[in-house]
Design a protein around this ligand. Structure first.
Ligand code: CA
Length: 231
C-alpha cells in the first residue's frame, strides 16, 4: 500500500459512496466523505485533499456549480460521476474544468485507473519543465521541431491536423470535449459546427491509425469528445 493521497468523495447515494470508499481504501488511499456540495467546498478549502470524486446530482448545490466555484480558486483534480444519459452534462463539466468522468455503474478497476490518470496529470501540471517530446505507443510529437513520428517514420500532417494532434497528445488519457477542440482550433466564434472537426479527425486518423474504424490512438467518447490513449 504505497498510495497516501487523500480523496474526497462527494456523493449522497449511500451505496455508491460505500463502494467507492471501499475500493479506494483497499488501494491505500485515505478517504473523506461528504454528501453535499457546500460540505465539499468547505472541506477542500480547509483540509488536505488531493483529488475529488464528485457526483453531479447533489441535494443542495448542483455538481456543475460546485466545479464552477472550485475552479475559481483551486486546481484540484475533479472526477465527475454521472448517470448514463447525461452526455451534455459530462461535456459541460469537462469544459468547466473537471478532469474526467465516470458513468454509473462503473467498476473499481475503472475508477482506480481514472484516479491514477488524474493524479499523473496533476503532477505533470506541477512540474514546471515543459516536455518537448511526448510519446504515446509508436506515436511521438516533437514540439520544438514540429515533427510527428509513427513507428519510427515521420508523417506529414497539415497545420490543422498538427494542432489537433498536439492538443490531444498533451491531454493524453483525458477526454477533450468537442466544444473545447473547436474553440482551440477555430476560435470561440465557431460555435458548434462539428462537421469540420469530424472531417479533420477522419483525415488525422487515416494518417496515424492502421484501421481508422478501430482506432488505437484516438478514441471517440460518444456525445462528449475524444480521448488520446495514454500508452
Ligand atoms: Ca446523487
Amino acid at each position: 500500500m504505497t498510495n497516501k493521497e487523500t480523496i474526497l468523495i462527494v456523493e449522497d447515494d449511500f451505496q455508491i459512496r460505500n463502494f467507492i470508499s471501499y475500493s479506494l481504501k483497499n488501494e491505500g488511499y485515505i478517504c473523506k466523505i461528504v454528501s453535499t456540495g457546500s460540505r465539499a467546498i468547505n472541506t477542500i478549502a480547509n483540509e488536505t485533499v488531493d483529488l475529488v470524486i464528485l457526483d453531479l446530482g447533489l441535494p443542495d448545490i448542483d455538481g456543475i456549480d460546485v466545479i464552477r466555484m472550485l475552479r475559481e480558486w483551486s486546481d484540484i483534480p475533479i472526477i465527475v460521476v454521472s448517470a448514463r444519459d447525461q452526455d451534455r452534462e459530462k461535456a459541460y463539466a469537462l469544459d468547466l474544468g473537471a478532469d474526467d468522468y465516470l458513468t454509473k455503474p462503473f467498476s473499481s478497476t475503472e475508477l482506480l485507473a481514472r484516479i491514477r490518470v488524474a493524479m499523473r496529470h496533476m503532477k505533470r501540471r506541477e512540474s514546471v519543465k515543459k516536455q518537448s517530446v511526448i510519446q504515446v505507443g509508436g506515436l511521438s510529437v516533437d514540439f520544438e521541431k514540429r515533427i510527428v513520428n509513427l513507428d519510427g517514420n515521420e508523417i506529414h500532417l497539415t497545420p490543422m491536423e498538427y494542432s489537433l494532434m498536439s492538443l490531444l497528445i498533451k491531454n493524453r488519457g483525458k477526454v477533450v470535449t468537442t466544444a473545447s477542440v473547436i474553440k482551440e482550433l477555430w476560435g470561440p466564434g465557431y460555435g458548434q459546427d462539428t462537421q469540420a472537426l469530424r472531417t479533420l479527425m477522419a483525415g488525422l486518423r487515416r494518417k496515424i491509425e492502421t484501421n481508422p474504424a478501430k482506432p488505437r490512438y484516438i478514441m471517440t467518447e460518444i456525445g462528449v469528445g475524444y480521448r488520446m490513449v495514454e500508452e
